[in-house]
Design a protein around this ligand. Structure first.
Ligand SMILES: Nc1ncnc2c1ncn2[C@@H]1O[C@H](COP(=O)(O)OP(=O)(O)OP(=O)(O)O)[C@@H](O)[C@H]1O
Length: 248
């Protein structure tokens, strides 16, 4: 279940309004959600994952309305890394990553295959040495990598990530994006670093004040478009763009 269709989506909260008349995302696409702080990227992810209810409109997964999917079906269809994550109990790193397997459990408890999959992700996210440590005793970037491992452990056809590289150093950022790019899954990610996104995403959805301003492939990005999105001076530089703020 991996094709996503959105029609006539509208949501409002206080002064903020989001509207998205139409959007289709195909299986395997690598989609970056971009735009200024507060433009609605996290809100859209929350709507697409059922954490917020739209005022009108519909979100479908392979033709099935989101509201027709029960929680188990949702957890097998998509995973979500929210912008902020907290845990109320003192779980270890391995326990947190194991939780990603929950929706796919074949019996009432984890099996060796679940443990093997979890340990592979610990290695992939460079947190194997922290396996027995309490999640609450990790650094911010280490916690982020644990949460990423938990999301990837869900092995869903669609992965939503809200600023996955927040708190990650440059090496772990590059490794994480390279891995996401190689996944067969649809990956939908809010991200601020355009030059980083250019390397690892194919399709770019730019939002401004709750509206979809542009839906572009990588080769279609121009300084003029980025200037319109971010209200800064933009020039092409090498493989990417450089940004300038004029003095006031
Ligand atoms: N829990 C909330 N309650 C009320 N308003 C909220 C809440 N969360 C976000 N907003 C508002 O909704 C609007 C959209 O916020 P959203 O978090 O979707 O932006 P964003 O594009 O993800 O921003 P950022 O790049 O800063 O993460 C903003 O005006 C924000 O102030």
């Amino acid at each position: 279940m991996a094709r996503i269709d959105i029609r006539d989506l509208r949501f409002s909260r206080d002064q903020f309004q989001l509207s998205l008349p139409q959007l289709r995302i195909h299986q395997g696409e690598k989609v970056a959600l971009m735009g200024e702080n507060g433009c609605g990227k996290s809100t859209l992810i929350a709507l697409m994952t059922g954490l917020l209810q739209p005022a009108t409109g519909q979100i479908q997964y392979d033709g099935q309305p989101l509201e027709a999917l029960d929680y188990g079906e949702r957890a097998r269809c998509f995973s979500l890394l929210p912008q902020f994550s907290t845990l109320a109990f003192p779980f270890t790193v391995l326990e947190v990553v194991q939780m990603g397997r929950f929706a796919k459990l074949q019996s009432s408890d984890y099996q060796q295959a679940d443990l093997d999959a979890s340990r592979q992700l610990l290695t992939l996210m460079d947190i194997a040495h922290l396996e027995h440590k309490a999640f609450s005793e990790l650094s911010g970037g280490e916690q982020r990598r644990v949460m990423l491992a938990r999301v990837l452990n869900q092995q869903t056809p669609i992965v939503y990530l809200d600023e996955p590289n927040a708190s990650l150093d440059v090496r772990h950022t590059l490794d994480t994006f390279a891995h996401l790019y190689e996944l067969p899954a649809t990956v939908i990610t809010s991200v601020h670093d355009i030059n980083m996104a250019l390397r690892y995403f194919d399709r770019f959805l730019f939002f401004k004040n709750g509206q979809l301003l542009a839906d572009r492939q990588r080769s279609e990005l121009t300084p003029q478009l980025l200037n319109e999105v971010y209200d800064v001076s933009v020039v092409s530089s090498g493989d990417g763009f450089s940004f300038h703020r004029s003095c006031r």
